[in-house]
Design a protein around this ligand. Structure first.
Ligand code: FJE
Ligand code: FE
Length: 302
């Protein structure tokens, strides 16, 4: 058997970060890789958090404007409720792709006993899409497209891999793939030219970035930024016993100015000032924030 070459020029690992645990929200712990001081923005990606929450910790009532949040659960479950009455539980393996657009106010709280773990990615929206109507795309674990081949398993959150496509619509063109490689497996995954891309390792150890990269073995909780030249990612799992699990994410850079105040992400300071005013006055998309508190906030008396 032989494997065909699908990546001619593998992208090289240009930077590597270890995401250490820090406190966020209310008693929650996040390992933040993108969005921390040394890596404010990796266009179009604003934040990547590997989060861990145990009740009564969580992320109580807070707003968003101007971008998307993508929540992918790894263990346990999180209940979300928003100011429009949209409510649900994201369980292990499930995906919530939330386009906040002009405004969402919501809470994200643990749904079960024990520790809930997942990934939350914030993807910026272009200036012409920042004020669109909010929208949810929710996919339960059993409906997430999967493919297996030559010791590689992929769950296709967004985009396409091994001939399988995700139904998720990405307003900012994005790929998001959850790979598991058996010991000895070798992967070649195309990435569109001109897209920014990164890897975040969840489990095991791998060698990333092709033969030229000669990167040492990379373990869990590390973020790898891939160089902009090259047509894809090349990875080996050289372990004899342990699986390697990581996500590969890519997106088309927006190339626009960034103005950010926490969960408000716009292009200019004037737009941020306007957003703070809109939120305080409950207008321009924040109308329903006026008389709303989440059931979780009421129950826990925040
Ligand atoms: C937020 C602080 C926060 N990472 N990962 C400030 F913690 C949050 C926030 C989250 C968050 C929620 C989940 Cl479920 C997972 C997260 C940060 O909610 F939005 C601001 N502004
Ligand atoms: Fe949120």
């Amino acid at each position: 058997m032989f494997s065909s070459v699908v990546v001619k020029e593998p992208r090289v690992v240009v930077r590597k970060f270890l995401a250490r645990p820090q406190h966020e929200g209310l008693g929650a712990i996040v390992r933040r890789s993108i969005g921390r001081f040394e890596l404010r923005y990796f266009d179009p990606f604003l934040v990547l958090d590997e989060f861990s929450v145990t009740a009564p910790a969580g992320f109580p009532d807070h707003p968003h404007r101007g971008f998307e949040t993508v929540t992918y659960m790894l263990q346990g479950a999180v209940t979300h409720e928003d100011f429009e009455g949209h409510k649900g539980t994201i369980k292990a393996g499930d995906l919530q792709w939330m386009t906040a657009g002009r405004g969402i106010v919501h809470s994200e709280m643990p749904a079960e006993q024990g520790t809930q773990k997942g990934l939350q990615l914030w993807i910026n929206l272009s200036s012409k899409h920042k004020m669109i109507e909010p929208r949810y795309q929710e996919i339960s674990s059993k409906d997430i497209a999967e493919a297996c081949k030559d010791g590689i398993k992929v769950r296709v959150i967004a985009g396409e891999a091994l001939g399988v496509k995700s139904p998720v619509y990405t307003r900012t063109p994005t790929m998001y793939l959850d790979f598991t490689l058996k010991p000895g497996a070798h992967l070649q995954q195309p990435i569109p030219e001109s897209w920014n891309s990164f890897v975040y390792v969840l489990e095991g150890e791998g060698i990333f970035g092709g033969k030229k990269s000669s990167s040492p073995v990379v373990s869990a909780h590390h973020l790898l930024l891939l160089g902009s030249s090259g047509d894809g990612l090349e990875v080996w799992n050289k372990s004899v016993s342990k699986p390697l699990r990581f996500i590969l994410v890519g997106g088309e850079p927006l190339g626009e100015p960034l103005a950010q105040l926490g969960p408000f992400v716009m292009n200019t300071q004037e737009e941020i000032d306007q957003t703070v005013e809109d939120f305080e006055n409950c207008v321009h998309g924040f109308e329903k924030a006026k008389h709303w508190r989440s059931e979780a906030a009421i129950r826990l008396d925040f």
